[in-house]
Ligand binder design. Structure first.
Ligand code: TYD
Length: 205
């Protein structure tokens, strides 16, 4: 595909959304068309799925139901937002993608990384990012950065978040040429510099 696909992953409070915005600003300034997007909930159908998953007072789905809802959101996201943008040559920057399902549902909920990866392959037609940026932060530090009431995933115990963190690192270790792991406890300038170095290796300036 003519475009470039970049995903940001990591635990709660890692700073993904602000680092995504900073990268988008930087790439736009050099003339790229950048689509900044996120999961779950960046399509009309996805917003309804997100409400089922994360709104305060939402009913508790089963672990498998939860995995399927995130996969359904992803299918909509890829079909309606990601593929059309990549087809016309844009840079797509997404806040969370397949690895979030592998980490939270596959490992965190214990459904199995491979089973959940397979579900995402179906949802996306096999579309993987050119680069995944893992913003790594110890769960205690990430949690301390959160404001507002915890959603269902945030409210899981520290042990759950430790497994989720390890799952992101394991995914990165399996395909180091498609990942960069950045220590998100570093000052923002260092975090952004590491991200920009990795993006330059994709041929984007
Ligand atoms: P969100 O409010 O978008 O915030 P953030 O990404 O900053 O944490 O929360 C999305 C939540 O959904 C988050 O707790 C992680 C969870 N999640 C999954 O469990 N599986 C997934 O596949 C995705 C995309 C997100």
């Amino acid at each position: 595909m003519p475009g470039t696909f970049i995903a940001f992953e990591g635990g709660e409070g890692a700073g993904k959304s602000s680092r995504c915005r900073a990268l988008a600003r930087r790439l736009r300034a050099t003339g790229h068309e950048v689509i900044l997007t996120h999961e779950p909930g960046d399509t009309a159908v996805g917003r309804r799925i997100r409400a089922m998953l994360l709104d305060a007072g939402a009913a508790e789905p089963s672990a498998r139901g939860e995995a399927l809802l995130y996969a359904a959101d992803r299918a909509e996201h890829v079909a309606a937002v990601v593929r059309p943008a990549l087809d016309r040559g844009a840079v797509v920057v997404t806040d969370r993608y397949v690895d979030s399902s592998i980490a939270y549902q596959g490992v965190g909920r214990g459904l199995g990384a491979e089973a959940v990866a397979e579900l995402s392959r179906f949802a996306t037609g096999g579309l993987l990012p050119d680069l995944t940026v893992v913003l790594d932060v110890p769960p205690g530090v990430g949690r301390g950065r959160l404001t507002g009431p915890a959603d269902r995933l945030e409210a899981e115990p520290a042990e759950f978040h430790a497994r989720v963190r390890q799952a992101f690192l394991d995914q990165a270790a399996r395909a180091p040429d498609r990942y960069v792991v950045v220590d998100a406890t570093l000052p923002i300038e260092h975090v952004d510099a590491a991200i920009i170095d990795a993006v330059k290796e994709l041929g984007l300036s």
